[in-house]
Structures are given as structure tokens and as C-alpha cells.
Design a protein around this ligand. Sequence first.
Ligand SMILES: Nc1ncnc2c1ncn2[C@@H]1O[C@H](COP(=O)(O)OP(=O)(O)O)[C@@H](O)[C@H]1O
Ligand SMILES: Nc1ccn([C@@H]2O[C@H](COP(=O)(O)OP(=O)(O)O)[C@@H](O)[C@H]2O)c(=O)n1
Length: 202
Amino acid sequence: MAFTIAIDGPAASGKGTISRLLAAEYGFAHLDTGLLYRAVGARMMEGVDPLEAAKALRAEALDGDALRTPEVAQAASKVAVIPEVRAALLDFQRAFARRSGGAVLDGRDIGTVICPEAEVKLFVTANAETRARRRHAELLERGIASDYAEVLADVQARDRRDMERSDAPLRPAPDAVRLDTTTMSIDEALAAARAVVDSRRA
Ligand SMILES: Nc1ncnc2c1ncn2[C@@H]1O[C@H](COP(=O)(O)OP(=O)(O)O)[C@@H](O)[C@H]1O
Ligand SMILES: Nc1ccn([C@@H]2O[C@H](COP(=O)(O)OP(=O)(O)O)[C@@H](O)[C@H]2O)c(=O)n1
């Protein structure tokens, strides 16, 4: 039976972490939809037309580590503004969302566009400074050179682009439960998310 958990929110709010942990907890499949846009952005950086890249994308073969860089994140948010690119990525995401056995998808438009019928919708936020601090620490941990002020500017630029685009802008679905993780640990955020999921599964 299909059961979809849709998790949206701004950059580095913790949605990927919560999604991975929820998927493990419930035995659901997980799709980080940001990786699709990052892959198209990375191809654009190589000179490939973004629409051609989106149409040719093989989601199974994405290298998460290589795509999780600040440069690729900026490129991703630029190709994400193009309606035809979003349209080319739609069917794959919709099919994933309704697969049998349960699915967790995280991104910007899962609860609003990809799967408005999702059984659970979470909108995960944290203030921009906290998000930048977390992403900065994560990059350093992974051995990627990082400057806090640049990370903050990057996160804010992407937030603005993601919220202001006309096609599938970043915003909470009317029926999404908001989860502000600014002062929460990962364990606390997971517990809050689980409580919402459990209330919908009962
Ligand atoms: N509640 C939290 N408290 C502290 N650090 C967190 C929390 N949630 C996530 N993180 C850390 O912040 C970074 C960004 O989280 P991530 O889940 O990748 O965000 P997103 O998917 O929204 O971009 C990761 O290093 C993650 O371990
Ligand atoms: N469902 C989605 C997922 C990502 N994106 C775009 O892809 C970019 C990278 O997404 P991401 O989720 O990998 O970024 P982080 O939140 O992990 O920093 C975002 O800034 C958005 O512009 C989108 O438009 N729609």
C-alpha cells in the first residue's frame, strides 16, 4: 500500500536528515529530490543544456557526495526556476511517491506539487543563521573548504530564488505540519516528526 511522507523546507533545515531517519524507522524508500536538481545543475556547469540534462537524467546513478557542493547547490537552484526542467522531473518523482511499501521524499514542492495527496506533510524550518552554521560544519567535516559568511549568503540567495520563482515556489502546503528545528537536536526533531507520522498511521 502507498503511504507518502512529504518533507519540504529551506536549505539545510534538516529535512534530509529527518527523511533518512524516518525512512529507516518505517522501512520506507527515500528520495532526496534535491539531488535531481543538483545533477541537472552539475550538467549545466559542464555546458549541457539543462532541459536536455533533465530529460536524460538517470536518478538511480546519482553520486550524492559529488553533488553536495556549494557550487552545485547554486546551479541547482538556477535550473530549478525553469518550468520545463521541473516538468521533465515530475513523473519520476510522482511514481516514486506512490510506490507500494511507503516513501519519504524531501525537497521544496513535495507537499504542494509532487504529492498533494501525501498522508503526511512536514515543513521543516530553522533560522538562516542556524542553518548556515550546520551546513558550514557539515562541509568542514567532509573536508570541503568553507567560510561561514559565504555559506550564509549562499543559503539566503537560494531561499530567495526558491521562494520567489513562479513555478512550484517553496512554501508550506496548507495542510503541512511545521517543524522549527532551530533549538532542537536531531533526536528531538526526529521524535517530533515520528509523532506526526504515528498520528496519521494510527
Ligand atoms: N536538529 C538538528 N540539530 C543539529 N544539526 C542538525 C539538525 N538537523 C540536521 N542537522 C545537521 O545539519 C546539516 C544539514 O542537514 P540536512 O538534513 O542535510 O539539511 P537539508 O536536507 O534540509 O539540506 C547536516 O550536517 C545535519 O547533520
Ligand atoms: N523538490 C525540489 C528540490 C530541490 N530543488 C532545488 O534544488 C536546490 C538544491 O536542493 P537540496 O535539497 O539538495 O539543497 P539543500 O536543502 O540540501 O541545501 C534547491 O535550492 C532548489 O532550488 C527544488 O527546486 N525542488
